[in-house]
Design a protein around this ligand. Structure first.
Ligand code: BTN
Length: 325
């Protein structure tokens, strides 16, 4: 785990004005040594940040870069009591917040600039380059038995859509693909990975992991095998992730409260409006079995209803879906 080196934030702020800055002037302005400036510049380069360096002139950031800043995020939160930690680097934010389970009584959040072992659903890897996207995990104590959480992942996807649409103007409406992908026009924009652990008191702790592709414009085909997009790709704009993170926390706070009070039924209409599978021919991979049929939406537990080719409707509690036509 790597705590945030604040020199990274300060130097990127300084280098974001499209002007060259040399090591001495950066050091003087930030009141750090030239050696510390050099170390930080090397670190940014090591993370794959494009820095232009010209002898006698100094350094310049080629593309916009606003790093995560816990203070900025907190200043925009509706409920300030949230425990928020912003890290420079971590294996997986989900695994990090898991360590707080024994004592956690409120919302504990970890957001990282880079994950070295980002986890996706079904043991996939989640591509997590430094400084581009949002890698977010929330540890949430539910006063419910784990068996009552059916449908939670659907609600988290809806909260993610709401958070994004509250701060970014996108031409197409965001859609959801059961169980928990957020799409723009069939391209994946965000995904969620939920892990839950029962407690001895009959309640449970849930780790809600959310990855949103924000400013990523390119990725190696080996790194992401699905069709993907990002907010910068669909809007043509650079997005300040601090504003997006605050919106995500505010939105989750509201949606999870409603889920605790009213359950999934409160969200069924909202799900139907965003469901991109409904009445379409799809395939569903459940364990090692592949099923094909027409999606008929969800039931009260959030299970997918699939009208199989033999006309029987079967409910599935888990699986991976693909839109066929
Ligand atoms: C998926 O669609 O496969 C789920 C992706 C979940 C990725 C997020 S990023 C933050 C959190 N930490 C992880 O290691 N994974 C989740």
């Amino acid at each position: 785990m790597q705590k945030f080196n604040q020199n990274l934030v300060k130097i990127t702020e300084l280098l974001s004005d499209n002007e060259y800055h040399d090591g001495t002037s950066i050091g003087n302005q930030l009141k750090i040594t030239r050696a510390a400036v050099w170390k930080t510049i090397k670190k940014l380069e090591g993370y794959g940040i494009d820095l232009k360096s010209v002898k006698g002139k100094g350094y310049l950031l080629e593309n916009p870069l606003i790093l995560l800043n816990a203070k900025k995020i907190k200043s925009q939160l509706i409920h300030k009591s949230v425990q928020l930690e912003v890290l420079e680097k971590i294996d997986s934010t989900n695994d990090y917040v898991k360590k707080y389970i024994p004592n956690n009584k409120s919302m504990k959040i970890c957001i990282a600039e880079h994950m070295t072992k980002g986890k996706g659903r079904l043991h996939r890897k989640w591509h997590s380059p430094f400084g581009q996207n949002i890698y977010f995990s929330l540890l949430y104590p539910f006063q419910k038995d784990i068996s009552e959480l059916s449908g939670l992942s659907l609600v988290v996807s809806l909260a993610t859509c709401h958070a994004i649409e509250s701060v970014v103007k996108i031409n197409q409406k965001l859609s959801v693909k059961w169980p928990n992908d957020v799409l723009v026009n069939k391209y994946k924009l965000a995904g969620t990975l939920i892990e839950a652990q029962s407690e001895s008191n009959g309640f449970c702790q849930v780790i809600i992991g959310i990855g949103i592709n924000v400013n990523m414009l390119t990725a190696d085909k080996k790194e992401i095998t699905q069709l993907w997009t990002s907010l910068a790709k669909v809007t043509g704009q650079y997005i300040d992730r601090n504003i997006m993170c605050a919106s995500l926390i505010n939105s989750l706070d509201e949606y999870l409260n409603n889920f605790t009070q009213h359950g999934l039924k409160y969200f069924i209409k909202e799900w139907e409006k965003r469901d991109c599978l409904i009445d379409h021919q799809i395939s569903l991979l459940s364990n090692t079995h592949k099923f094909e049929g027409i999606s008929k939406g969800i039931n009260e537990q959030g299970h997918l209803l699939l009208k199989l080719n033999n006309k029987n409707v079967q409910a599935f509690s888990s699986g991976d879906t693909t839109l066929l036509k």
